[in-house]
Design a protein around this ligand. Structure first.
Ligand code: 3AT
Ligand code: MN
Ligand code: MN
Length: 531
């Protein structure tokens, strides 16, 4: 127990350790997470280690091959080295079955990204029978090679260091590693450096892990797990949980969960959450600083990464997604209080958010393409733009119309090469409604589609369609088993009357006061493109 050592930028809130009840409740939580299938089997764990071992071998062979091809003498070829590091949920030790392994290949200065990594290494991988679904994305903000190795999903990034030889015991936590590194390398190293730093800055790794697993599960169930949609991603959640661990260094996971909700319900955003002080560094890289960088002032929910150069990890959050998350923190906090009074249990906390019951109006965004490969690219692009639609709608209605994006896509089994996305729409609450008020967002939607269709890699067949659907008309393939639940909120409140108070169901509906709010959206208009 190193809870005596102060970690973090303030004193802890409480040094209290667990009561007997906390021990029991934490054991209960661990059992719950086990039963929910959040842990992989021993066999899968061994499989992953094998994959990592093989990848390390492969990049070592690769770097020797390219050194030889570049005319290095045999001694230098033998010395040439590359190395695999991990980050993401696997490195944090909170990954579930079937999760990907996020890996970083660190190579020497003569191993270039374009030709050697995306060229030669790609070629080596493409010729291996163990490797399937190989998808290089060299033009991404953080360039990545995605593939499956023995069926395990792998994301492989590349960092090209300014060193001639990569020592086998290379420490990537020191700032000097970033010297003379290109921007993609800094970003790629950052994933690992941040993860390592988080693990160093929490007082107890085991309690941190269990708490984080719990919060990841909660966020997925409540529809607030998604970076790209403007909610919380793996890194954001890890940082939020790590800060709570610092504030309650001797607490067990059950306490940390309830403190998590309490602290973030009371948090006054945009005060930043950070695990350590933001250091200026000596390399002149830009760090998060709202006083200096005007764009940092617009961040609504800053959660700062703890490795130089410190950055905000939640630049995608909008006022709408922040509102949704704040509501979920509040709900979590109330449920934890109810749990203390034995009026709720873990089931209550993890109850899925009834997205298609929560709003009267939805925006449906359908996308199609001609084949699976096009669809995968089109999907990535459209997803990265959906946030713009949300921002535009909010801006064009002066914040009177609020959007709630559903994280993730849906697909209709009977429709190939098709995905759809949904956003709940509601009028801003607590503002008087004008009779017959309606929102015309046709221009907004048109603008959005225009920007989406400006995709530089657009191919014939990549199409997007935006429409307005009423709750009763949402397609049945959205529901598990293709069957719409008769009235989920009602069932809940009848069966679990003591818990319904805190579930927050149907609030959106009530607050619209039953008055007509009409949305006009563009409808089926086949896009024509001449080139
Ligand atoms: P899973 O268990 O894989 O679902 P995870 O936390 O490992 O959870 P990801 O594999 O999606 O999540 O991401 C791992 C890290 O990769 C998190 C972040 O440092 C980086 N990352 C992921 N997506 C992006 C992105 N779009 N842009 C920049 N970095 C990203
Ligand atoms: Mn991952
Ligand atoms: Mn990944």
């Amino acid at each position: 127990n190193n809870g005596q050592q102060r970690l973090g930028i303030t004193e802890p809130i409480s040094l209290a350790g667990p009561t007997e009840e906390d021990v029991i409740k934490t054991r209960d939580l661990e059992k719950y997470l086990q039963a929910a299938g959040l842990y992989e089997s021993q066999q899968e764990a061994v499989g992953r280690e094998e994959v990592l071992g093989r990848l390390d071998q492969i990049v070592k062979i690769w770097v020797k091959n390219i050194s030889r091809a570049k005319g290095f003498n045999e001694q230098l070829v033998q010395e040439a080295n590359a190395k695999i590091f991990t980050f993401g949920s696997y490195r944090l030790g909170v990954h579930g079955p079937g999760a990907d392994i996020d890996t970083l290949c660190v190579g020497p200065r003569h191993a270039t990204r374009e030709e050697d990594f995306f060229g030669e290494l790609w070629k080596m991988l493409s010729e291996m029978p163990e490797v399937t679904e190989l998808h290089p994305v060299p033009d991404a903000h953080v360039p990545v090679m995605g593939f499956k190795f023995n069926g395990v999903s792998v994301d492989l990034l590349y960092a090209r260091l300014a060193l001639w030889v990569i020592p086998e015991d290379l420490d990537i936590s020191q700032e000097s590693i970033l010297q003379n590194a290109d921007e993609q390398t800094v970003l790629s190293l950052n994933g690992c450096r941040v993860t390592d730093q988080i693990l160093r800055l929490v007082p107890n790794i085991q309690t941190f892990r269990t708490t984080l697993r719990c919060m990841r599960f909660w966020a997925k169930r409540r529809g607030v797990y998604s970076n790209v949609a403007g909610f919380l991603g793996g890194v954001n959640l890890a940082l939020l949980v790590a800060r709570i661990c610092q504030l309650y260094p001797n607490a067990l996971p059950n306490m940390l969960v309830s403190r998590f909700f309490r602290v973030y319900t009371q948090w006054r955003w945009p005060n930043p959450v950070m695990l350590c002080a933001i250091e200026e560094g000596s390399l002149g890289l830009s760090v998060w600083d709202p006083r200096r960088n005007p764009k940092d002032r617009y961040h609504l929910m800053p959660i700062i990464t703890p490795a130089y150069p410190c950055m905000n990890s939640t630049y995608n959050v909008t006022s709408s997604t922040l509102r949704v998350m704040s509501e979920e923190f509040r709900r979590g906090s109330e449920i934890c209080e109810a749990m203390d009074a034995s009026k709720a249990d873990w089931d209550t906390l993890f109850e899925p958010y009834p997205f298609f019951d929560a709003y009267k109006n939805y925006l449906q965004i359908d996308i199609t393409a001609e084949n699976a490969d096009d669809l995968r690219q089109w999907k990535g692009w459209v997803e990265s733009r959906l946030r713009q639609l949300m921002l535009k709608i909010e801006r064009h209605t002066y914040g009177m119309l609020q959007c709630h994006p559903h994280p993730g896509e849906f697909s209709d089994k009977s429709r190939p090469f098709h995905y759809c996305y949904f956003m709940g729409l509601q009028r801003k609450q607590g503002v008087p409604v004008n009779e017959g008020e309606q929102f015309d967002i046709r221009v907004t939607v048109e603008e959005f589609k225009h920007s989406v269709n400006a995709y530089t890699l657009w191919k014939p067949g990549m199409d997007i369609h935006v429409s307005h659907v009423k709750r009763r008309n949402v397609p049945t393939y959205l529901f598990p088993g293709g069957v719409r639940p008769s009235n989920p909120s009602k069932v809940t409140s009848e069966n679990k009357s003591s818990k319904s108070r805190v579930s927050g169901h149907g609030q959106a509906e009530k607050s619209q006061g039953g008055k007509a709010v009409v949305f006009e959206t563009d409808d089926v208009k086949k896009r024509k493109r001449s080139d």
